[in-house]
Design a protein around this ligand. Sequence first.
Ligand code: CTP
Length: 405
Amino acid sequence: MLQSKNILLGVSGGIAVYKAAALTSKLVQAGANVRVIMTESAREFVSPLTFQALSRHEVYVDTFKENNPKVIAHIDVADWADLILVAPATAHTIGKMAAGLADDMLTTTLLASTAPVWIAPAMNVHMYDHPAVKRNIRTLYEDGYRFIEPSEGYLACGYIGKGRLEEPEKIVEHIRAFFEEPKSLPLSGKKVVVTAGPTREVIDPVRFFTNRSSGKMGYAIAEAAQQMGADVTLISGPVSLTEPNHVHVVHVESAEDMYQAALAEYEEADLFIKSAAVADYTPVTSYPHKMKKQDGALEIEFTRTKDILKELGKRKEHQVLVGFAAETQDVEYYAKKKIESKHLDMIVANNVTKEGAGFATDTNVAAIIKADGTTKELPMMSKKDLAFEILKEAKQLLPKERDRA
Ligand code: CTP
């Protein structure tokens, strides 16, 4: 069932190393070609010879032990693997992976490989529950790694709880199912357009009106959508953030620029998320030269910009349209009014006066309200986590998902 699949098994140092020996044997029996990398601490538990005998291949431990001068071992084995399985994965190895470190053969190979990676953690119940370990697991999960959760039961340290390496038979079952499942991510084949950041309304060559939006929320959504397999275009106002990888970025400045860019992308979009903070007004006159100061007060006349979201709502065909509502009072009331007036499918509403919510922060406190009136209040969370929540909810509104429901 795993006939001729190349599986690279990474073994890090915990008592469950003995189970990794059984796992090697089960993978070989299932038809896989298995190669093993051990960390130095894994060797303290079981000798590499055991894994060599079971896999019928030399075991890698030292990054600098290059037995074949024709290749570089960690690159060669990284390219060879159809799948990498880290079992057992200790808290330390998980931490190093989450931080992108490469200080031994296993972590170096992991960074060099483009193969899917499965991680089977094993550790003491309190370690598994530790916020740092949870954070690292969440990071790896968001980076696209897959996990085989530890099972509950008697742990070698004497505790009873969650932390036991999953049984080798079950791990093999997960891997087999993975090779059989169709290779698609939740938003594969979908085009997602996200707008982010503020706009700038120019009054003369050196001055403009803008707002406090940092763009962090929109950038987090674009990045998350890309990780979920979507083809992503990010229409960005002026911000000082790094462009997310593999996302097409269209830079705009004014509300009018953003309107034009949004219209150009709209037809192709399956999901359009309007997280930008668009100026509602723009100066009537934009002077070609710097305005000189005069005696007395200055009056500037403003005119309304286009409500981009409302215009998109009017033109809606197949698109799922998601807006944001930044409010300072009666959040749900105003948010629901915006769903109606702008023909939205969903709105992400937040009270920007709440602690942990709002513009320049890395966190947000929001409620997701759908056109059918269902509301999901979310606790304070990172903008990254909120991005995944928003996409998870919006995905359910995509036509195919609706048909299936
Ligand atoms: N929006 C837009 N074009 C504008 C103004 C807002 O597309 N000219 C979008 C925003 O991107 C956001 C949503 O409309 O997704 C709501 O923005 P918000 O500033 O909360 O509300 P407004 O529509 O400006 O309404 P109000 O001023 O009454 O709060």
